[in-house]
Design a protein around this ligand. Sequence first.
Ligand code: C2O
Ligand code: CU
Ligand code: CU
Length: 513
Amino acid sequence: MDRRTFLKFNTLGLASVSFAYAMDHSKMNHGTMDHSNHNNMNTSFIDFAPKDLKLLNINEIASGKKLAPLTLLKNESKEKNFFRATIEIAESEIEIAKGKKTKCYTYNKLIPGPKIEAYEGDTIEILVKNKLNEATTIHWHGMPVPPEQDGNPHDPILAGRERIYRFTLPMGSAGTYWYHPHPHYTTSKQVFKGLAGVFIVKAKKDALSHLKEQDWVISDLRLDENAQIPSNTLVDWLNGREGEIVLINGQLKPKIEVDNQRIRIYNFCAARYLNLRLSGAKFVLVGTDGGLIEKPVEMQELFLSPASRVEVLITSDKKGEVKLESTYYNRDKMMVKESPYTLHLADVNIKNSAKNIPQILRQLPPLEEPKNFKEIIMSEDHHKMHGIMKKSESEMKSALASMFLLNGKVFDMKRVDERSKLDETEDWIIINKSHMDHPFHIHGTQFELISSKFKGELKKAEFRALRDTINVRPNEELRLRMKQEFVGLRMYHCHILEHEDLGMMASLEVVEK
Ligand code: C2O
Ligand code: CU
Ligand code: CU
């Protein structure tokens, strides 16, 4: 949508600041499937929250408690280099607001899910029991897992069924990963209902293995006045949903103590962009999604688009309490007008600043020259937005399910969009020709940003880093270098989960050389 259309929406008074409903719900028939769309597009997964939805008062949630560490997933194996465990996926009632039970989807009855911690070289065997009334998968985000073990939408675990995911963690794969569902059309819903967990792969020894660790899992949640998780609004479907309640390890505004530690930070939010800062202290970036970077980099602010992770240390001249905040990031949302705001996420007590930080953290192998190129264009079909408010519910759903595109197409499970050769280094040029930010993610590998082009200015990457997810601004062009080391089908998509469900996704087939 261009600026003019955007303004038009706003002058019509159809969007409000905190919670926008820009649609006529009177025509809607909630909770029924919609079969009336004109083409054969599936839109039955799109549903809308009731118009008169009232949100929970955030004061009903306890805050200010000491940050609890994540619960570890227990290794049931006695064998060396073998990790065996069970994950049960079910609907559970969790007390998030005082005295109220929230129906959530959970991994082993926990939000966030249990933390998996394993070592390079380990073989992982996880039995997954799906006790939900719907299909799901577990996708091992960012990890070098064979495609048939990676929870692709093509391999659902049907309701009531179970399966075992089995893979071996290669040497050099130490990094900060996570796992979440990836079923066709319903990933965003299953994640905002609570399904996501941390997966850390450790090296037996690395430059920072002497340090104690902490995890800060940042997620967001929306609760209605009865403390239940409502469906998306139209605005959520357009921009990705940002839950009003932002949590760290499932806690509201916790008190955190940091004592010269290695901290892994995760953005589990479906669509919320984080721009973290510490009042009176600094971050030292030491790692990204795929593990340690080469040298520490001091940072005043940490930008984390959805699904990104970092490893940091904290330095400060003085001891004592500082605020962890997320400052506003304007990502050009549709149909909402926000005034910039800063989120207070936690109070951090710095007991000891990081000291003696090694100046060499890791040596990455020399960059390989690309043998091939691919161009991926992110776009939005603006015509679909015209008069969206006047449309019937089914027309609105069809518009949603056909407007977020990769190389001009909506995702089709039966189509292969790109092919790559096994172990062949490629440059992927990701171009955002839409009007809003989209975080690009590809399965099965870690890439390096080589350069970016924005408003005519070409910039080389400031440092080498392994990532699997990266934000692309409107009119920005990124050059990413990568290779795939397993034969089979991989997905790449926008990691705003609503966009993924609406079809801003495609598939890559990796073939033998
Ligand atoms: Cu984290 Cu295909 O996703
Ligand atoms: Cu992924
Ligand atoms: Cu997107």
